[in-house]
Design a protein around this ligand. Structure first.
Ligand code: URP
Ligand code: ZN
Ligand code: ZN
Length: 459
């Protein structure tokens, strides 16, 4: 199978040029002007952007959480991602406390291997660390292609590890060339604020927000940086929301240490005023949406190179699932649907509104995740010899986000009626047409597991 993409404007994290791209089987084989080779399929990309497939390194599919499961599974979630131009995702395996990493891996392989439509990899969430788990961490890196280890400084009793376990994990991960990632919020502070609010009868979604003030995230982010520095381990803070946490990283990384930061599209676009609405449960996520000043700090952080990645933390729950917390905000399953719209949002809100350059857009939506998580250059760029994961994007097409037209398995959109300029038109996954004319051409099982190596941004 061969494909020739003609006349597109190719954008990578560093380049912006007009060229044709010739793809043979799953790989880009030639890039040049006025290519004339014959191909099984020719795509005219005149007036279109040609982008590397998006990589979302923070999604939760079929995730057991807060007494239910996130409503997108590997099939519906990766398909929705492809519709929006995200060709690869990294999802989270959750170790059950008291059980092994290998058992968790097996469970997640069953969820994903025959169901994924787009490509995927796993972070391993270590929720219970001991000497046996330490050995398994090494096996994950050396035998399973899983090189990033997720930790939670919150969700006590389910996912949280203590600082002693964190430091021990960091030492093992550092020794074997991996990366520790973190949900950095102070779980104990949050739990006590939740209890206080509930005792006063404050049960509405607004109190989810008020129980997780900025300091809870800033404190944990700073503490995580200190533990990384003490152990020499490289780290990655997921879903950063606020100025206070970013300033901790700004200050701490004046030392010679590696701390990568991810924010998510929602924290750049919407704010905590949503929690005052009747349907505020739709935006109950952790950490919560913040203030306008935090959005400004995060956009600036992207341009300053302090924030390297924009993911989604896609973790959808239907409206019925959200009703689990109708009388108690602490029982609302945390998370919202977002996997499909990240690329379009970042183009429309970021590039079109002059907040980031077009190269920065590619860097934060694809290239940096590939580099940080050991997939580059196979994923994350457009170059000869790399996987032909390509998005043909119409930069001028305006459309409106709605649950009636999205592909995520969720009966509402958290962005209903939002006007977006820029639309994913055609998507190729390893040279195969994945999305064309609004239809997904791939089937469950076509998505492949990405075995990852060491980060190319860590010495
Ligand atoms: O609210 C969220 N973020 N749900 C998913 C779990 C997590 O903390 O990432
Ligand atoms: Zn989290
Ligand atoms: Zn998450």
């Amino acid at each position: 199978m061969s494909t020739l993409i003609k006349n597109g404007r190719v954008i990578t994290a560093t380049d912006d040029y007009h060229a044709d791209i010739f793809i043979e089987n799953d790989t880009i084989s030639v890039i040049g002007e006025n290519l004339t080779m014959s191909a099984d399929k020719v795509i005219d990309a005149t007036d279109k952007l040609v982008l590397p497939g998006g990589i979302d390194p923070h999604v939760h599919l079929d995730m057991p959480f807060m007494g239910t499961y996130s409503s997108d599974d590997y099939e519906t979630g990766t398909r929705a991602a492809l519709h929006g131009g995200t060709t690869s995702v990294i999802e989270f395996i959750l170790q059950t406390q008291g059980d092994t990493l290998h058992n968790a891996l097996k469970t997640w392989q069953e969820k994903s291997l025959h169901k994924a439509v787009g490509d995927f990899s796993y972070h391993m969430a270590v929720t219970d660390f001991n000497d046996d788990v330490a050995k398994e961490v090494v096996q994950m890196i050396e035998e399973e292609g899983i090189t990033s280890f997720k930790t939670f400084m919150a969700y006590k009793g389910a996912l949280m590890i203590d600082d002693g376990q964190m430091v021990q994990l960091m030492k093992v991960v550092k020794k074997h060339g991996g990366l520790v990632t973190v949900h950095a919020t102070n779980g104990d502070m949050i739990d006590s604020l939740i209890s206080k609010n509930l005792a006063k009868g404050n049960t509405k979604p607004l109190y989810h927000y008020l129980s997780q003030p900025e300091v809870t995230e800033a404190e944990a982010s700073g503490r995580f940086c200190d533990m990384l520095n003490y152990t020499g381990c490289p780290g990655y803070i997921v879903h950063m929301t606020c100025e206070g946490a970013l300033n901790q990283v700004r200050k701490k990384t004046q030392r010679n240490q590696k701390v990568f930061v991810e924010t998510c599209s929602q924290y750049l676009m919407i704010d905590a005023s949503k929690y005052e609405q009747e349907d505020g449960a739709k935006w109950v996520m952790s950490p919560p949406l913040r203030e306008k000043k935090d959005q400004e700090a995060l956009w600036a952080g992207i341009n300053q190179g302090l924030v390297q990645v924009v993911g989604t933390d896609h973790c959808p729950f239907t409206w019925e699932q959200k009703q689990m917390g109708k009388d108690d905000f602490s029982k609302i399953p945390n998370g919202h649907p977002a996997i499909e719209h990240r690329i379009e949002f970042m183009y429309s809100e970021g590039v079109r509104k002059g907040k980031i350059s077009i190269n920065k857009f590619v860097e934060v939506c694809s290239t940096n995740a590939a580099k940080i998580f050991g997939m580059y250059p196979k994923k994350g760029t457009i170059a000869v010899g790399t996987d032909a994961d390509i998005v043909i994007f119409d930069p001028n097409k305006t459309h409106t986000i709605s649950s009636k037209t999205h592909h995520m398995n969720c009966d509402y959109s958290a962005y209903e009626g939002w006007e977006v300029t820029g639309k994913t038109e055609t998507v190729l996954l390893r040279g195969q047409i994945a999305i064309e004319n609004g239809t997904c051409k791939l089937k469950p099982g076509d998505g492949k597991f990405i075995s990852r190596g060491k980060s190319s941004l860590v010495i």
